[in-house]
Design a protein around this ligand. Structure first.
Ligand code: SF4
Ligand code: SF4
Length: 271
């Protein structure tokens, strides 16, 4: 499934490999507040010390402070292997992401650099991501057809233009597909995050799995919706629904079952 180089990354990346999660840790650097799309389940909250979910951080930091945090974390725990940027917005919509990874890569070339993105800008950012040492990318793909995607996404902002409705989601889904394909082609490990949204995309996830597999993604992480934002009234999927979905999709693409839906400023071991 993986090339030798990819295997080295998977071997030490705690999110890609459950066994690695027992041995190696990660740090998320919350340097990326802006986003270029609107997922209807998203509420980004800063200054929150008590909530544990994606998009939450105590505060936004700059690249210099981020490097300082990585240095401290490495000194504190040599098991740290992955430096990730996972929001609280979309990392690729924030120039601070590249500045931060550049600083970290120069100082710690052996650490795995990782970004988690909605994929809108992935293809065009690949040369920059490669230049700052990124070897693993997570793309969140919740739908691969226009009807389902239109329920999930609001405005798409691309190079200063706002796209709404069908044309917006078409542009977005095509950008995701192209980004995944090209990221794999340049040798990155690509993980897909998919939010299981009851009544909205739960019946559609086989198509999502087939599509991302065809684009070259290596592994998939189905995450239960945390009902909030415009989807605050939807039910929280139960563990059994998620377990059965993963088991079903595993016939199409490898599944992860140890994701902790971490904050954008998470640090330490997953397990
Ligand atoms: Fe929120 Fe991430 Fe969606 Fe942007 S891509 S709206 S930060 S969930
Ligand atoms: Fe890993 Fe999931 Fe946490 Fe991301 S949210 S760092 S994939 S465990």
């Amino acid at each position: 499934m993986y090339s030798d180089i990819e295997q080295d990354i998977v071997h030490e990346h705690p999110c890609l490999n459950k066994a690695a999660a027992k041995w190696f840790g990660r740090i998320h650097l919350p340097v990326a507040p802006e986003c270029n799309i609107r997922c209807r389940y998203c509420t980004r909250v800063y200054d929150c010390a008590n909530e544990n979910r994606p998009g939450v951080t105590s505060r936004i930091i700059g690249p210099g402070e981020a490097l300082h945090l990585v240095t401290e974390a490495v000194e504190r725990d040599p098991r740290l292997r992955v430096v990730g940027i996972a929001g609280p917005g979309d990392p690729l919509a924030n120039p601070e992401t590249f500045e931060t990874l550049d600083l970290v890569h120069e100082r710690f070339p052996h650490l795995i650099k990782c970004v988690s993105t909605n994929g809108l800008l992935l293809e065009e950012c690949l040369p920059l991501l490669k230049a700052v040492g990124v070897k693993a990318v997570t793309v969140t793909v919740n739908a691969v057809n226009r009807t389902v995607a239109s329920f999930i996404y609001g405005d798409i902002c691309h190079h200063g233009e706002i796209y709404r409705g069908g044309s917006g989601v078409d542009l977005f889904m095509e950008a995701q597909r192209a980004g995944i394909r090209m990221a794999v082609e340049v040798g990155m490990v690509v993980k897909i995050n998919t939010v299981y949204i009851p009544g909205i995309n739960d019946y559609h996830l086989v198509e999502v799995a087939k599509s991302v597999k065809a684009a070259g993604a290596q592994i998939m992480n189905v995450m239960p919706l945390i009902p909030q934002g415009e989807f605050a009234g939807l039910p929280h999927p139960d563990r059994e629904q998620i377990r059965l979905t993963r088991r079903n999709l595993a016939r199409i693409i490898g599944q992860i079952d140890h994701c902790r839906q971490c904050r954008s400023d998470a640090v330490g071991m997953l397990l």
